[in-house]
Design a protein around this ligand. Structure first.
Ligand code: FE
Ligand code: CA
Length: 507
């Protein structure tokens, strides 16, 4: 018997959680064939992602105790939430080696349409999920998306996900720190109940804990997602094969392999993305009709080690500005620059982990930069900025997370010259729960860096973006107290980007 052990979690909570989630249905028996489960095996919910004009990926993972043999799941895809008009159905196998996760790679669907889906295993039926295909190549329909990041489980409830699930969207983009490997900060409302993971079973348990949350499940069930990761899916502030928490790179690469594997097992990603050892390609490009090209980047796996051997905010050091330094790695950087030079959609969205704009954080005159972000890799950023300035992709907008605060910035051709051209707009969408930086530092950054136009560090939430023919509308959404399970939502600020004019303006 292979046995899934979740020491920190009361299994009954999975059942309660999933039935409470929006867009889900109770655990009911429809057919008494195959395995029987003593508790709901679909307690981690369902998800979909990677939408194309004719397909998407469907995901689930079974919890329970299984024989070594693969478990066969049935799945159904319908044009309605009652499953009156089923358009596709099939079976898929879940195996212990992949934590009984299952993925269906849909093809042959109609573009720009809602579909509903569910899985069945034995007499158990999953919650119902809803997904949406991308617009067809020539379609100029607006794209409505939301993006968020950084959801430390102990620091708050997922009200941001509950509210995001109720927005009118085509797509959700998660920009990383989906799980946290560490506990930190004050005022925890719930516990990991386990130490820092380093093995595959430990990372699987961490994903299972996070995914037991009904609000997170509801948001997965409501929309297709695009995902990338940041550092905490593996280890705080890691860079490539190095973590400051592990002195031994060989050991750390085994940790990274376990972490990447668990990430793939728990996300609506294609089979082709399955990692090989410590390597997993998560970056890629997604097209939404004539409206948007979305480049999803990975700034962790291939980056050079931190300059001057620090991840902190420090006064400049020579190594930081070396021209050869890269945050994306040579292959991804070549690919990204090539994509930016192609004929793109009306909006070119660069979805990446963190704040891209240069940000002097010093109290005094002499600049100080945060070495874990793009400021630790200025030559790499300049090559991307130069490519945007020279290749002129249509309406470039950088979106990010990581810094646990909201930002609106101008990406300048030369950040040290306020008169230089603004080549792209940037929006950082706050954090789902993770505690923000000291507001005094944020105020100082706003004062010292004229291209940083807006910041808010004390609120949690996410960003909404509607990409239209002539304008992009951005609404920064803030929840009430993150420690309140029933926190409300309100607009923090609204911005607009006009076609042909880089730089978001307050709306
Ligand atoms: Fe974070
Ligand atoms: Ca981070």
């Amino acid at each position: 018997m292979s046995r899934l052990i979740l020491p920190a979690i009361d299994r009954r909570r999975f059942l309660i959680g999933s039935t409470a989630a929006a867009l889900t249905m109770p655990f009911i028996g429809v057919r008494a064939a195959g395995p029987r489960f003593s508790a709901n095996p679909f307690g981690l919910g369902v998800a979909s992602g990677c939408p194309t004009p004719d397909g998407a990926i469907l995901w689930t993972r079974l919890l329970g105790e299984f024989d070594p043999a693969p478990v066969e799941l049935r799945w159904e895809l319908a044009e309605d939430d009652k499953f009156a008009k089923i358009v596709q159905r099939g079976t898929v196998r879940a195996i212990a080696d992949e934590a009984h996760s299952a993925r269906v790679e849909l093809r042959g669907l109609q573009p720009h349409r809602w579909y509903w889906y569910r899985f069945m295993a034995g007499d158990a039926v999953s919650p119902i999920g809803r997904t949406r295909t991308a617009a067809a190549v020539g379609d100029s329909a607006p794209l409505r998306l939301a993006f968020g990041s950084c959801q430390q489980y102990e620091q708050g409830y997922y009200s941001a996900h509950r509210h995001m699930a109720r927005e009118d969207l085509d797509l959700v983009i998660h920009l990383g720190d989906y799980i946290y490997e560490i506990s930190w900060g004050p005022n925890h409302v719930r516990r990991h109940g386990a130490g820092v993971p380093t093995t595959l079973p430990e990372y699987r348990d961490r994903y299972a804990l996070y995914k037991s949350d009904p609000d997170l499940q509801a948001n997965h069930a409501a929309f297709p997602w695009l995902v990338t990761w940041d550092d905490h899916e593996v280890a705080d502030d890691y860079a490539n094969d190095r973590s400051r928490h592990q002195s031994n790179s060989d050991f750390f690469l085994r940790v990274r392999a376990a972490a990447y594997r668990a990430h793939w097992e728990h996300m609506p990603l294609p089979a082709a993305a399955k990692p090989s050892g410590p390597d997993m390609k998560i970056y890629g490009a997604w097209r939404f009709g004539k409206t948007a090209d979305i480049l999803v980047l990975d700034d962790r796996q291939y980056r050079d080690h931190h300059a001057c051997n620090t991840t902190a905010t420090v006064t400049d050091c020579d190594e930081r500005t070396l021209p050869g330094r890269t945050i994306l790695g040579a292959a991804q950087e070549r690919w990204a620059i090539d994509r930016l030079s192609q004929r793109n959609g009306q909006w070119t969205i660069v979805a990446q982990q963190t704040l891209m704009a240069q940000a002097d954080r010093a109290r005094g005159e002499k600049p100080q930069y945060w070495m874990d972000g793009w400021d630790g890799y200025p030559a790499s950023r300049q090559r991307l900025v130069d490519a945007i300035a020279e290749q002129r992709p249509s309406n470039p907008v950088v979106i990010g997370g990581d810094v646990h605060s909201f930002w609106v910035t101008d990406i300048k051709r030369d950040f040290n010259n306020p008169d230089s051209a603004t080549v792209a707009s940037e929006i950082v969408g706050g954090s789902i729960t993770s505690q923000g930086p000291n507001p005094d530092i944020v105020r100082r950054m706003l004062q010292k860096n004229p291209h940083l136009k807006f910041a808010e560090a004390e609120k949690r939430g996410y960003a909404l973006m509607t990409l239209g023919a002539k304008r992009a509308d951005i609404t920064l959404r803030a929840i009430g107290e993150v420690t309140d399970k029933n926190a409300g939502i309100s607009n923090l600020a609204q911005f607009a980007i006009e076609h042909g004019k880089a730089g978001a303006q307050k709306a």
